[in-house]
Design a protein. Structure first.
Length: 336
């Protein structure tokens, strides 16, 4: 007997899209991989809501648990505990229903190398019940949309890495999925191909497509995603807009001043200012300060340096970034 889908629980309010229904919801989602040297908790009690039409990112370093999370949401990995609803179907109770409503682009090239590009797409349409002419029409439309019309008759193995990703995205969209999952879409592609992919993915979102993307690239997360879940060792560290994550994690501006001689007198003088910054590092003629008050600190550094007989050679201000937010959240540098 076919299992009855469990209805999705009520939607929790969120910072944006507060009134849109949930495209994805997880409750205590957990994955443990048994290992001889001790079980590995790859995802540890994830509670997430992604709204319809949202562009949502899972950001984390290699091994953080992003692919495992996507695997559970796309029915490829069985959760050890917790529940997930995707397109209003409970993943464990109705995996077939979920699969028919999602598109998935994995990290690996899963195109059929022996088929033409157009057939790769059209066969996917046929699999989902589209009549042959409609499947071919949609395949050609998608290839046109993604700038690949001239590749329709090429064999899949003749494509570059960036073209392969674009065709895989097109194939995942053949059946008009409610949610599109992209696992590290730009990993391993050259910068120009990455720009093209970003444009395509952003344009999909503009048409209202719900997109969930995993990435270990901070700039990709910031450029594309409306909201981010920052994951580390299977734990959810933060879930908000990139701007809010930077602000709430207390990520600070870094000011770097290069003098013409040893910067120690300037750093000492800065320390002696009441209420002045504490996070001051000196490296020869360079002083680096992390602060929430960059304008006043920079002014101090210029005045103090001049009073100490130092000439400023160069000064830079690095605003709060996801990089500095990750450092604040985890206490260690972000090394993808
Ligand atoms: N099938 C598996 N069996 C055992 N351990 C696994 C399996 N799949 C993943 N892991 C481990 O689970 C942890 C999370 O892996 P996962 O692939 O989800 O991370 P990720 O954030 O997607 O990283 P990447 O970007 O490198 O894919 C890692 O320590 C990984 O080695």
């Amino acid at each position: 007997m076919k299992p009855t889908p469990t209805p999705a629980p009520p939607l929790a309010p969120a910072a944006n899209k507060a009134h849109a229904p949930a495209a994805i919801r997880t409750e205590g989602l957990r994955k443990i991989y048994p290992r001889a040297q001790g079980d590995l908790v790859a995802v540890d009690g994830l509670d997430l809501t992604v709204h319809q039409g949202e562009f949502f990112g899972l950001l984390g370093t290699n091994g953080a648990g992003k692919s495992t999370t996507i695997g559970m949401l796309t029915t490829l990995v069985a959760p050890s505990a917790g529940k997930a609803w995707v397109a209003e179907r409970e993943v464990s109770a109705d995996p077939v229903g979920v699969r028919s409503r999602i598109g998935v682009v994995s990290q690996a090239n899963t195109l059929d190398r022996a088929l033409t590009v157009a057939d790769n797409l059209a066969f996917r349409g046929r699999y989902f019940g589209m009549p042959a002419p409609a499947a071919r029409r949609r395949a050609l439309e998608l290839l046109e949309q993604f700038g690949l019309a001239d590749k329709a008759g090429a064999k899949a193995h003749q494509l570059s890495g960036g073209q392969t990703r674009r065709v895989m995205i097109g194939r995942a969209l053949m059946h008009l999925p409610e949610v599109l999952f992209l696992d590290e879409p730009s990993a391993g592609v050259d910068p120009q191909a990455r720009d093209d992919l970003w444009q395509i993915i952003a344009s999909l979102h503009e048409t209202g497509q719900t997109v969930v993307l995993t990435t270990h690239y901070l700039d990709e997360a910031e450029a594309l995603c409306q909201r981010l879940a920052v994951i580390d060792h299977g734990h959810l560290l933060a879930c908000d807009t990139p701007e809010a994550i930077k602000a709430s994690s207390g990520a600070q501006t870094v000011i770097t001043v290069h003098y013409d001689a040893d910067a120690t007198p300037a750093a000492d003088a800065l320390h002696s200012i009441p209420g002045g910054p504490h996070d001051v590092a000196v490296d020869g003629p360079t002083v680096r300060v992390r602060t929430a008050h960059p304008d006043s600190v920079l002014g101090h550094l210029l005045r103090i340096g001049s009073a100490a007989g130092l000439t400023v050679r160069d000064a830079t201000t690095t605003p709060p970034s996801l990089q500095t937010a990750f450092l604040t959240l985890t206490g260690r540098d972000y090394t993808p």
